[in-house]
Ligand binder design. Structure first.
Ligand code: UT7
Length: 337
């Protein structure tokens, strides 16, 4: 039977380290507030004045993943690029990444599933592989938030959370009778919650996509979030989807060696662990150092955990899960081959 296994992982962040203390110099916030409410201590942002897009960070992460897999870019037969902060409105960052990898005909698909972008990407890669449409797929999650945040006190609830970064994985189809690779995935979306977390402008639904006479700092150009609503939704949906995906795979929670929740808020992940009675040591968190990197957060965390040798042995079983804008949520169970 065909199985989708991960052959290499990589991550990248820009060079500019931004601490909570740095943020107190540009808005009314405090290190204490940010740590207490989110767990975040620092994040990385694109250096001021530099032109770097999601595809540039994605390229760095992809090169590392390709190296670890022992693949050349030419070996890829499909690229999936997840981002809510594409380099430009169109074409997609996947096309730009493919070009930067020196490719000129490999199919590249952008997906816009925000915090669950990596989950949707991995599930899509798995479906392409199992259907025989592809055998070597690069899945990338990459974000440049920092150039689109409201850095005044007005935007502080959202701005302190987000960091820039990229994560990539090389996924290969293999023939095996073992229950390894992507063993189950569950994806969900509920657009009735779209306005809980969104960037409203530019908007093609308006007669004038970029309404004239609006100040450049109109709040609709920046992400807005009903933080409490999204928090509550996450705390409810993450356990639900865990149960769903475990049932689908016919596994129990104790069969999972490490949980990789989306890094939106350390408190969400702690509440999830307590509710599910999962030992803290089995939930991987790195939001303290990177902030919320949206589509990049899960592959970045996975890459870091592999590097730290916390996971990676044959039959180690991990659960990737998350909830975010859309609203979208999901879980993907993966077992090392
Ligand atoms: O990855 C996408 C999915 N996103 C999420 O999962 C995020 C989920 N939500 C959250 O993480 C939290 O709701 C936040 C961290 C965003 C906010 O925490 P909160 O406990 O819900 O705070 P709040 O927005 O209710 O604000 C509480 C107070 C307010 O002041 P008053 O009205 O009580 O006087 C805010 O104005 O904290 C104030 N505040 C801040 N103070 C200092 C909001 N942001 C800040 C800030 N620094 N950065």
């Amino acid at each position: 039977m065909k199985r989708s296994v991960i052959r290499g992982t990589g991550r990248a962040v820009p060079s500019r380290l931004v601490t909570n203390e740095d943020l107190t110099k540009i808005m009314d916030t405090s290190d204490e507030w940010i740590r207490q409410r989110t767990g975040i201590e620092q994040r990385y942002w694109i250096p001021e004045g530099e032109e770097l897009g999601a595809s540039d960070l994605g390229l760095e992460a992809s090169k590392k993943a390709l190296d670890l897999a022992g693949w050349q870019a030419e070996d890829l037969d499909f690229i999936i690029f997840a981002t809510l902060s594409p380099d430009i409105m169109f074409p997609g960052s996947g096309c730009l990444l493919a070009d930067k990898l020196g490719l000129n005909s490999t199919p590249a698909l952008d997906i816009r599933q925000q915090c669950t972008g990596f989950l949707y990407g991995l599930a899509t890669a798995d479906a392409y592989i199992k259907s025989g449409l592809a055998s070597k797929v690069l899945v990338v999650g990459a974000e440049v938030h920092s150039t689109g945040l409201d850095k005044s006190t007005r935007g502080r609830d959202v701005t302190v959370i987000f960091g820039d970064g990229a994560g990539a994985v090389c996924v290969e189809g293999i023939e095996t009778d073992e229950n390894v690779g992507v063993i189950a995935s569950c994806l969900h979306a509920d657009g009735s919650g779209a306005d809980s977390l969104m960037v409203e402008l530019p908007a093609s639904r308006l007669p004038d996509r970029m309404p004239k006479d609006l100040p450049a700092d109109d709040p609709r150009y920046f992400p807005s979030m009903d933080g409490k609503k999204v928090f509550k939704k996450a705390v409810r949906k993450l356990p639900e989807v865990t149960k769903e995906v475990l049932e689908k795979a016919d596994l129990a929670i104790d069969d999972v060696d490490m949980f990789f929740p989306h890094q939106a808020n350390l408190r969400i992940n702690q509440a999830y662990g307590q509710f599910m009675k999962i030992d803290e040591s089995k939930i991987f968190n790195n939001i303290q150092r990177y902030g919320n990197t949206t589509a990049a957060s899960i592959p970045m965390a996975f890459d870091e955990a592999i590097e730290q040798k916390l996971v990676g042995k044959k039959n180690d079983t991990v659960l990737f899960l998350g909830l975010g804008a859309g609203l979208t949520w999901g879980g993907v169970l993966y077992r090392f081959a």
